[in-house]
Design a protein around this ligand. Sequence first.
Ligand SMILES: Nc1ncnc2c1ncn2[C@@H]1O[C@H](COP(=O)(O)OP(=O)(O)OP(=O)(O)O)[C@@H](O)[C@H]1O
Length: 252
Amino acid sequence: MQRHVASGRAQSGDPPILEAKGVTKRFGGFVALDGVDFAMAPGERVALIGPNGSGKSTFVNCLSGALTPEAGSVRFEGRLVTGMPPWQRARAGLVRSFQIPRPFRRLSVIENIEVPLNFALAEPPPGGKAQRALEILESIGLGAKAYGSPKDLSQVELRKLELGRALAANPRLLIADEAMAGLSDSEVDEIVDLLERLNAQGIAIILIEHIMRAVMRFSQRIIVLVAGRKIADGLPGEVMRQDEVERAYLGQ
Ligand SMILES: Nc1ncnc2c1ncn2[C@@H]1O[C@H](COP(=O)(O)OP(=O)(O)OP(=O)(O)O)[C@@H](O)[C@H]1O
């Protein structure tokens, strides 16, 4: 049985920033997502968890536009975006970052932020692209590395650069896909700190993550997918106490 426990932000009565209804995705005969409903308040911090292959990436691909669901709808700030390409959703303020950073290695760190600035914004930023790119790098702690090469960045710095590239679009909703996999405990904390700072600036965040320490520290709400279905959605402590979640997720 699925239990709904609204988070503090979700109870505030704000219209949802994101609303997915009945999202269904099939690959051939295989049902990867089976009628997933999900709504999120502006500025909320939600973690999306579930065992390997449960449909997390497929779901966020449907939210960000990389995949089109066979059924269901996705609304961002009230606007129907189902079928809209990812770049258009990014311009609207719905942006995702990827698990494996793939920076342009021949470009400098700052140029790696300038490239997405070129296409993610409908209008050039007020102070110019270079200034905006530097502001973004400073906000993610990479200001001192701006004119260096991404080849000289550490793993945690590359993850920050990937988040910085997503910030180029001025997101109001950021989907961070496994931004911490393979990092040390202190590096995980650095990324959680960074995500918290971005959230404090008003950016709603969906965190897809297997590292439960980060999930519990970061999220105001957790949703759990198992075999393409949402089996839980609520406050972190309550969700993690549900038998079905323990069986399906922690017991794997
Ligand atoms: N393009 C595709 N073609 C066929 N099957 C796919 C495709 N993409 C995903 N799947 C299948 O859909 C299911 C859900 O995959 P998905 O990658 O969304 O899971 P996940 O929860 O993100 O897993 P992980 O935690 O391992 O990243 C899996 O069984 C996967 O093999």
